[in-house]
Ligand binder design. Sequence first.
Ligand code: ZN
Length: 377
Amino acid sequence: MLFSEVIGQDPVKEKLIASYKDGRVSHAQLFFGPKGAGMWPLANAFAQYLTCENPTLIDSCGTCLSCKKNMKMVHPDVHYVFPVMTSKKFKTPKSFDYIAEWRRTTLANPYLDYNDWVEVIAETETKQATIMTEEVADILHKINLKAFEALYKVIVMWLPERMNASVGNKLLKSFEEPPDKTIFLLASEQRDQLLQTIISRTQMVKLSRLKDSEIVDALIRKDISAEKAKEIARFADGDFHQALELALQEPGEGSHEQDFVNWMRLCFKPEKSMSNLVTWVDTMSSLSRDQQKSFLFSNIQVVRECLMMNMASTEMVKLDHQQKEKLKLFLPFVNKNNVDSFVAELNKAHYHVERNANAKILFLDLSLKISRILQIK
Ligand SMILES: [Zn+2]
């Protein structure tokens, strides 16, 4: 991909380009930063730049044969390494066995995360994807080949923290003294999980958390309204992967409004439904943080829709008839006097989920606060 397709990170892009111009591209580089900041897209853009036939001062040309191959992830000198897992078909898998799925998935969304990828390749839910021993021989073979077309051979590795220690140790020498014109670009989302020996042998390329304004611009380019983009950006906390997940959620999608109504019933008279409320809190706590955030986010949308329905501006309501029916009983409890505190509490809860608060305490506390908000006339 082009540098211009990577969101933000301008200072890092400039440094990478300068290193190329000065002929001092480090042969093993570790791209790291907060989740969703774009380590993988940026490493890919740099791989394309390094192999481009006519790179400019700010980007690859995007039109040469090499760029075209990179954009389809089929350049013979650019190799991809990523976590995989055993399956019925592949007993001793390496990345290349999954290359078709990998191209399809990351071309569709270069801001993918580990769970997105596992969903694509896993046959069962419990399996972990790792960079396996079988990968080593394949990498060593590839880097010892002469470059086919480009000046550089590039190995772009996604989530090197998912490499076990024996694989890491076998690759150390290559990171340290790779064959001529071979570049390793490692894109990590959890640098603290990486082997220290790898960290010490790679040059750090630090990405920063994306700004809300950068996320807003990127979402608007994806045809999302400015208003919704701003709300998503606030929730996404600089994580563009999270922003895309939120953007894909329409109000009410995934029958969240039914979950919402069920929850509101419990909140309405908590003293009468305490044991059910505790069960609900347990269920919520067992969800992943991303799922909890997505639940809270969609509830904000639903609360806003309820207020609109109450204010009779029905043409602006995005819910369908069935969804409106589900919310009907709840409508009298949302009004312009309590909607702000309602939304504020959901926002605050999201903030704390993001910062690893204890989910049980958080959702119980939130339910009791909402119980009081529901009483406001
Ligand atoms: Zn080019």
